[in-house]
Design a protein around this ligand. Sequence first.
Ligand SMILES: [Zn+2]
Ligand SMILES: [Zn+2]
Length: 192
Amino acid sequence: MRRLAEAWDRGEIGPTAFLPAPGRIGLASLSADLGVRAESVSFLACGALRPVLDRYFAACRVHLAERHWDLGVCPFCGAPPGFGDLTDTGQRRLACHVCGGGWVFPRLRCPFCGAQSAKDLVRLEAEEREEGYFISACRQCRVYVKELDRRIRWNAGSALVEDWGSPHFDMVALREGYRRPIASLIQLARRP
Ligand SMILES: [Zn+2]
Ligand SMILES: [Zn+2]
């Protein structure tokens, strides 16, 4: 992080270095040249860019019509989803932690690789089940996303709050060999 701060102070990198890019968050050189862990880059992107991007995209959010976007990345900033919500109408809405956006996405499709087969899509179970919370994982790409059924947990917090508040579910998924593209707090706490 010290090398990152020095590069920042020298003006070699700026906020755009943390924007999502295909397959990753931020410039590859942040990890390759400055030795910043991908998890840290992801966390910095969510923490530092989100207030700015949320405001930046505010006026255009309303123009995203339902089902006009069926990719597994945020239609506004291009980041992969950080959390999923089943809304009161039963739709699956993916949440972007980087810009605060969200979009409706098919329930039976992996947002990360597009797999749709029932044999590829699994729900991982925590030892102690909590009604309304579940982990959607994909056997094809080995990526997972935590989700919340808001018809059951109608008084739950925002997607980001619920995500950061449920590290025990990340433990379950990580232990079973799955990963997530937007770092969880538990990954940040782990030593590299
Ligand atoms: Zn976004
Ligand atoms: Zn997949």
